[in-house]
Design a protein around this ligand. Structure first.
Ligand code: 2BA
Length: 96
């Protein structure tokens, strides 16, 4: 089993979660804050079988977009990716 941890823009989070759930995935949404921009984003956590990782990543990619962001008027623009995704090995999952 794998744990997908996807950091997405708040405005994309509903549509990503809905699309994952519609395809039978389970997911948890966590409010988070980017360390650099210090703005709210959403971390979506989903435990999936190894063979489902690619499908879940495809769904995430289909429902996010990158954005240019400027922290203050004089600052350089940065490109915030649609999703920053970690895929982590899960030793064990229990629902008791
Ligand atoms: P933030 O940390 O607020 O970063 C927002 C965007 O600012 C980044 O977009 C990147 O374009 C830029 N940025 C971040 N750190 C920078 C630095 N030290 N110098 C110059 N520019 C910098 P993304 O890379 O797409 O990241 C979007 C969000 O994903 C991040 O928000 C953070 O919440 C998370 N993230 C990205 N990489 C991560 C990592 N390696 N570990 C944990 N969280 C990460």
């Amino acid at each position: 089993m794998k744990l997908i941890q996807a950091i997405v823009h708040n405005d994309d989070s509903d549509v990503v979660i809905n699309a994952l759930l519609a395809q039978g995935f389970r997911a948890t949404r966590m409010g988070s804050t980017g360390g650099f921009l210090r703005e709210g984003n959403t971390t979506i956590v989903s435990g999936v079988e190894e063979g489902q990782v690619d499908e879940a990543l495809k769904i995430i990619k289909q429902h996010v977009r990158s954005r240019l962001h400027r922290r203050w008027p004089q600052a350089k623009e940065v490109e915030v990716s649609g999703a920053t995704v970690f895929v982590i090995n899960v030793e064990r999952l229990e629902r008791v």
